[in-house]
Design a protein around this ligand. Structure first.
Ligand SMILES: Cc1cc2nc3c(=O)[nH]c(=O)nc-3n(C[C@H](O)[C@H](O)[C@H](O)COP(=O)(O)OP(=O)(O)OC[C@H]3O[C@@H](n4cnc5c(N)ncnc54)[C@H](O)[C@@H]3O)c2cc1C
Length: 468
């Protein structure tokens, strides 16, 4: 009798549990896109344009992820803006810059696609209303090809506001504060939907045979980046708190290949006092780096990984980024740092040296020597090629910087159609990924301005593939 009672209770509990599960609301849609950064929004728009009903999930109360933080620009080749500025560039040169920056470990085919699609990606954003008409050069590039709004305004806000506007005028169902917690498969191991938790804690299921993962990277989570690369213990980060590598948990049981997970880029110029990345565009537009002795110590336009190493070998592992009024005038983004009181300003070299507690003579000699290199267009000390501004007239500006974790080259392996690849090298039907959640494209080090390009190009490809 007692045993019967126990069995009956267990059955009742199981029935209640199963009732709770099946009673969770569910709905059906053509495609679920997870993450509303540059990549997820681009993917959602392309799939919608192909006639697919799309739900776009975003775990934060706002769209934009790391994308909205981007300042320096997005790379593109053979654009109208380049022609107007008289810049001659081609896909081949861009591809070779990318391969060199990645220590020849990047995927040549994917890089070629990215470079070939770059002008189309820029035109697509421009047609939607983006202003990307200003062109500058970033570290590691042989030619100016990094596009940003006119006057050198930050690029991320521009791209996010344009994509968000397009999403709002589309049929895409954007759900803020709805976090994807599981990618579901049916009894045939085929993609069948996404498990979601909304801001109230309500769980529900979206049935969908197609899912795009665009959750961004894991550079915002020290636990995760240190797990994949122990050398980064103690490092600060430039990333949004949203960049927690959710894609890792989402694909955990799906047999997905994760690649290059230990390849994590540090950005050399971050102000730790304020936790703000100082854009590479300041060096691109003429800024230099000096150490506490007032000396240059490297080619400021070196790739980020090499420059970070050089910087970390300086006393206190901190240096100053120095520029003058001419550079400031060329880059509106630098005004943001001045408005934030991040940057020290001084009318002349002597006042600047005193404020930085650097020997005035050393600093004057460094600037005279550097200015001579700009005049002769040959940097005899470090071989810097982009020598555009003579730093002889104040006001001068300086900010203390050091490297911080910035970008994850590793992530989900995808193919040319942005299909997710499994451990046997085969695409998983119905599962796509794009943007910083993916890996294996850039190699050991990503070239500045290429992440937005990657996010938009492969986001659009993922959306089109899912729309087929
Ligand atoms: C300070 C800074 C400056 C940068 N400057 C540049 C630059 O000038 N040029 C350049 O090319 N690159 C730059 N980058 C890099 C670039 O911004 C990013 O790599 C790129 O924007 C990534 O786009 P994404 O769409 O893949 O990811 P994100 O923009 O990070 O978007 C991912 C979205 O997914 C959401 N999400 C995550 N998990 C879930 C989940 N479980 N459910 C629902 N939603 C989820 C996140 O909240 C986020 O909104 C910069 C990065 C930083 C941090």
């Amino acid at each position: 009798m007692k045993i019967k009672l126990i069995i009956l209770s267990v059955v009742v509990v199981l029935l209640l549990l199963s009732y709770k599960w099946t009673s969770e609301p569910s709905e059906t849609v053509g495609l679920v896109v997870i993450g509303a950064g540059a990549s997820g929004m681009s993917a959602a728009l392309e799939a919608e344009a192909a006639g697919v009903k799309v739900i776009l999930l975003e775990k934060m109360p706002y769209v934009g992820g790391n994308t909205v933080r981007a300042t320096a620009g997005m790379n593109a080749v053979s654009t109208d803006a380049q022609s107007e500025a008289g810049i001659v560039d081609d896909v081949g040169t861009f591809v070779s810059d990318i391969l060199e920056s990645g220590h020849s470990e990047g995927n040549p085919r994917m890089i070629e696609i990215m470079a070939n699609e770059s002008a189309f990606a820029l035109d697509w954003l421009t047609e939607k209303g983006a202003d990307l008409s200003d062109v500058g050069i970033l570290a590691g590039h042989s030619i100016p090809r990094t596009h940003r709004p006119s006057g050198g305004q930050p690029v991320g806000g521009e791209i996010v506001s344009v994509l968000k506007g397009a999403i709002q005028s589309s049929t895409v169902d954007l759900r803020l504060e709805h976090k994807a917690v599981q990618i579901l498969v049916d009894q045939n191991h085929e993609i069948s939907g996404v498990g979601v938790v909304d801001k109230t804690g309500r769980k529900y299921t979206i049935n969908a045979k197609k899912v795009i993962i665009a959750t961004g990277g894991f550079g915002g989570s020290p636990e995760v980046f240190v797990y994949y690369n122990q050398k980064l213990k103690g490092y600060h980060t430039t990333n949004s708190p949203s960049a927690t590598g959710d894609f890792i948990g989402l694909v955990e049981n799906l047999g997905v290949q994760l690649v290059d997970m230990s390849y994590i880029q540090t950005h050399p110029t971050v102000s730790l006092e304020y936790g703000v990345l100082i854009t590479e565009a300041i060096r691109g537009n003429g800024g230099i780096l000096i150490n506490s002795s007032g000396k240059r110590f490297a080619n400021e336009m070196k790739n980020r990984d090499y420059l970070s190493e050089d910087l970390l070998s300086q006393p206190d592992k901190e240096v100053y980024l120095l520029f003058n009024e001419k550079v400031r005038e060329s880059l509106a983004a630098s005004d943001d740092y001045i408005d934030m009181d991040l940057i020290l300003s001084a009318p002349d070299v002597e006042t600047l040296a005193n404020a930085l507690r650097i020997d005035t003579q050393n600093l004057s000699e460094t600037l005279d020597r550097y200015n001579g290199f700009v005049e002769s267009q040959v940097d005899l000390d470090f071989g810097r090629r982009s020598l555009t501004v003579i730093l002889d007239e104040g006001p001068f500006y300086a900010v203390r910087v050091t490297p911080a974790v910035h970008y994850c080259m590793g992530g989900i392996l995808i193919d040319e159609q942005a299909r997710v690849i499994d451990e046997n090298g085969k695409p998983i039907t119905g599962l796509y990924a794009s943007g910083e959640a993916t890996g294996g494209i850039h190699g050991l080090n990503r070239l500045g301005g290429n992440s937005l390009l990657d996010a938009i190009v492969f986001g659009r490809i993922a959306g089109r593939s899912a729309g087929e």
